[in-house]
Design a protein around this ligand. Structure first.
Ligand code: COA
Length: 258
């Protein structure tokens, strides 16, 4: 594949395709172009016979701070054709296993995308957050279905309604993360797990993955179809406008007038 943006780097590691989110100066915030590049790379990996596993990671101190908030303001998603939806569809429907390696912050879609990966490894210092409500938004990426199923309603409500950051230890306890490692060894250990998977019989791996995700596939697609228009509506809401303005003005948002 051709790299259309340097902000998504595609590293050929033989049977493992390593996708790196690489926009450290903006904490790896994901732009339209980056979502499109990720979607294309995942689809491409599914087509390439030699690729057996996809590994997704960020940079030294950040996985991703989520959707670029300027893009939310200037080019909000318009439906299933939008780059973010194309990315989510490519990821949630990927036939090959996806391993995520999380260093530093994983915010918004940085956490919800993990719910669509097969194996998730995080550094002990990683921080997770689902600040949708805090931004005047609502859950996306079928997280309103997957989170309660994974951890129970009350624990999901705590993450979604309060939207506070949580530690790698908590993510492990909640079942979002498989294992934690020190920052120094994280990427190597993640790659080691990816290589182990890549050495297994590929058709058996793909079939087993398909069987594991099959039961929820319809509910996930249906939840995304319900969440997306609501999320798009929320992006235009006065609550969201106030939250975005507060972020860029580096002040606390004031929701007292709503
Ligand atoms: N969208 C757009 N720009 C972002 C961004 C995002 N999601 N996250 C960070 N940035 C930008 C900042 O505006 C800043 O840009 P500047 O240097 O031009 O001012 C730069 O990245 C560094 O961010 P900063 O906030 O100064 O770093 P920090 O170390 O203090 O905090 C975060 C890091 C990730 C905790 C913080 O940036 C943050 O909370 N980001 C927003 C997360 C978010 O709400 N995502 C959307 C979820 S739906």
């Amino acid at each position: 594949m051709t790299e259309k943006t340097n902000e998504i780097r595609v590293h050929d590691e033989g049977t493992v395709l390593r996708l790196q989110i690489n926009r450290p100066e903006k904490k790896n915030a994901l732009t339209l172009e980056m979502y499109s590049a990720l979607a294309e790379a995942i689809r491409d990996a599914d087509r390439q016979k030699k690729v057996r596993v996809i590994l997704l990671h960020g940079t030294e101190d950040c996985f991703t701070s989520g959707n670029d908030l300027k893009d939310f303001l200037n080019s909000p998603p318009q439906g299933d054709e939008s780059p973010v939806m194309q990315f989510l569809l490519a990821l949630s429907q990927a036939q090959k296993p996806v391993v995520a390696v999380v260093q530093g912050a994983a915010i918004g879609i940085g956490t919800t995308l993990l719910l669509h990966c097969d194996l998730v490894y995080a550094s002990t210092e990683a921080r997770f957050q689902l600040p949708f409500v805090n931004l005047g938004l609502c859950p996306e990426a079928a997280s309103s279905f997957i989170l309660p199923q994974l951890m129970g309603r009350q624990r999901a409500a705590e993450l979604i309604l309060l939207g506070e950051a949580f530690s790698a230890e908590k993510a492990l306890e909640l079942g979002i993360v498989n294992q934690t490692f020190s920052s120094q060894e994280l990427l190597e250990r993640g790659l080691e797990q990816a290589r182990k998977l890549a050495a297994l019989p590929p058709s058996a791996v793909r079939l087993s993955k398909a069987l594991l995700v099959k039961g929820d596939a319809r509910a996930i697609a249906q939840t995304m179809a319900e969440e997306t228009p609501l999320f798009m509506e929320r992006l235009e809401s006065p609550e969201a406008k106030e939250a975005f303005a507060a972020f860029f003005e580096r002040r606390k948002a004031d929701f007292s007038k709503f």
